[in-house]
Design a protein around this ligand. Structure first.
Ligand code: FES
Length: 145
């Protein structure tokens, strides 16, 4: 049911942990399944993501997608990180079963939430970033995926 990459990132998740005094921290949850993800970003003065860590209290697919998402944004610029959508994360993992697609949204939204926090702390506006939801199941239609 899961690709080898999903299993690998689930069993050996990359970049697990916290960053002390992170440039931006974002937490998102999905009230429907109760899963929560927190993302920490360390962004340098040139807007490059030097380090990223995450903590996920959630299902295996949520762990695997957060792990892959951290790999995809590490060393990237803020704009490049914004392009790391849940689709990009899923592609990098060789796909997810349809019922698990929503889990990958947590990863995308947690990155956005951490970038939003960074922007607020620095009094800047990030082009193309709108305020992320803290609960991604909010206002969602049943089976809109
Ligand atoms: Fe909720 Fe996977 S079941 S994030």
């Amino acid at each position: 049911m899961y690709s080898e990459k999903v299993m690998d990132h689930f069993q050996n998740p990359r970049n697990v942990g916290e960053i002390e005094n992170a440039s931006g921290v974002g937490t998102v949850g999905n009230a429907k399944c109760g899963d929560i993800m927190r993302m920490y970003l360390d962004i340098d003065d040139n807007g490059i993501i030097q380090d990223v860590k995450f903590k996920t209290f959630g299902c295996g697919a949520a762990v695997a997608t957060s792990s892959m998402a951290t790999e995809l944004v590490k060393g990237k610029s803020i704009q490049q990180a914004l392009e790391v959508t849940n689709k990009a994360v899923m592609e990098a993992l060789d796909g997810l079963p349809p019922v698990k697609v929503h889990c990958s949204l947590l990863a995308e939204e947690a990155i956005h939430a951490a970038l939003w926090d960074y922007a607020e702390k620095h009094g800047i506006k990030i082009e193309g970033l709108s305020k992320p939801k803290t609960d991604i199941s909010e206002g969602e239609e049943e089976e809109e995926y």
